[in-house]
Design a protein around this ligand. Structure first.
Ligand SMILES: Cc1cc2nc3c(=O)[nH]c(=O)nc-3n(C[C@H](O)[C@H](O)[C@H](O)COP(=O)(O)OP(=O)(O)OC[C@H]3O[C@@H](n4cnc5c(N)ncnc54)[C@H](O)[C@@H]3O)c2cc1C
Length: 354
């Protein structure tokens, strides 16, 4: 059989890219290894225009955020399931300086559109420690990534575009303008293997820096109606049922939960929460981060029919919709990729290795 694209991996990267290609009437065959875990189904799914301890605007926030909202809204309409949950994000203040700084930013161009308001100490939330009030941000929320992946698998099956099996690199036959795999032909194969990129014999020269993360699930005595973020995040996925996360571990790159991470999360949580809760779950996963924290997108330096969409790191939910669109425009329209995401920034690593 002949296809336009093979896609290897059906996490967020492979799902959203496959969806774009299908929407444009292209023939896609997706391979996903059921024996591997997905970073995407472990993820809390949060999108949030600010990041880090100092709360700076995230990479390309002004372009990514309007697009991601319309993308997930369209997708959930088409799938007939709720994927997008828009929730404000609350950050308790720790000092008067912070109160003043954010009070001034309320009127600054570039910030004001993301700020819902300043919560005064007299209006402080009951569920968390916030005697000085805090900052309420908007354009944040979460995507139910597990439902997204499952719904996408069903959609792919309806298009006869899904194979639940490991893609074997050694069985891929390359020619100048197409690939052959087990008697199937395609114009290109796009690899979206997330943290398993290291197994890919064609792209393992790219500097993937995987980062393990762990999350707790808790049941709060009272429901929360916003995400709280200070040291850890508390994400109310369903009223009083919350996810708490997450840890960052560059050394132990397995998918096992640890007592050490649980203690670390509980210590931070106990500083933030002011009502009783009980722990109901604990999960772990590995994020596919890149050395410069930018995605890996593009075609192989020597074999044009091979491409990659990976390196979504800690922000798959906000990066995947925009960059799948950008990759599509490159693949089918020849529009150049942005300099900071194209894998050509790392071609020297490939040539030094070969
Ligand atoms: C604890 C934790 C919390 C996180 N929280 C957030 C968050 O709140 N917000 C956010 O935006 N991001 C979050 N992330 C990051 C997010 O999970 C990633 O950015 C994103 O899921 C990466 O998607 P992916 O498709 O690249 O990889 P994955 O989801 O890992 O998918 C890769 C797929 O490739 C398949 N595969 C690999 N090799 C082969 C092969 N040879 N043949 C066939 N299939 C193959 C695997 O089976 C898998 O299904 C979190 C991650 C972790 C671990």
């Amino acid at each position: 059989m002949t296809w336009d694209y093979f896609i290897v991996g059906q996490g967020l990267a492979g799902s959203i890219l496959a969806y774009k290609l299908l929407k444009h009437g292209l023939k896609v065959l997706v391979f996903d290894d059921p024996g591997l875990l997905k970073s995407s189904t472990v993820a809390a799914g949060i999108y949030n225009p600010f990041t880090g301890r100092k709360l700076v605007k995230t990479y390309m926030a002004d372009q990514l955020f309007p697009y991601l909202l319309s993308f997930y809204k369209d997708l959930q309409r088409e799938m007939g399931v709720q994927l997008l949950y828009e929730l404000p994000m609350y950050r308790p203040f720790l000092s008067v300086e912070e109160q003043n700084e954010w009070g001034a930013r309320l009127f600054e161009d570039g910030y004001s559109q993301y700020i819902n308001g300043i919560i005064k100490p007299t209006e402080a939330l009951n569920q968390v420690v916030n005697p000085m009030g805090g900052l309420m941000l908007r354009k944040s929320g979460f995507v139910d990534t597990a439902i997204l992946i499952n719904s996408m698998t069903e959609l792919l099956k309806q298009h006869s575009a899904y194979r639940s099996e490991r893609f074997l690199y050694q069985e891929l036959k390359l020619s100048e303008d197409q690939v052959e795999y087990q008697s199937h032909l395609a114009r290109k194969v796009i690899f979206c293997e997330g943290p398993s990129l290291g197994n890919n014999v064609f792209f393992n020269w790219l500097p993937l820096i995987p980062v393990k993360g762990e999350l707790l699930e808790i049941e709060l005595q009272e429901p929360l109606n916003c995400i709280v973020n200070r040291g850890v995040f508390i994400l109310p996925v369903n009223g009083s049922h919350c996810k708490v996360g997450s840890t960052f571990d560059h050394e132990h790159l397995n998918w096992k939960v640890t007592e050490k991470a649980k203690i670390q999360l509980l210590q931070k949580l106990n500083k933030l929460i002011s009502i009783p809760y009980r722990v109901t779950g604990h999960t772990a996963g590995v994020r596919p981060a890149s050395a410069d924290r930018r995605p890996f997108i593009g075609l192989h330096p020597k074999h044009e029919p091979l491409g990659i969409f990976n390196g979504l790191g800690t922000k798959g939910v906000s990066l995947a919709p925009h960059f799948a669109e950008e990759f599509f425009n490159y693949l089918e329209g020849g529009k150049p990729l942005a300099k900071d995401v194209t894998i050509s920034r790392y071609f020297s690593l490939y040539y030094n290795k070969n």
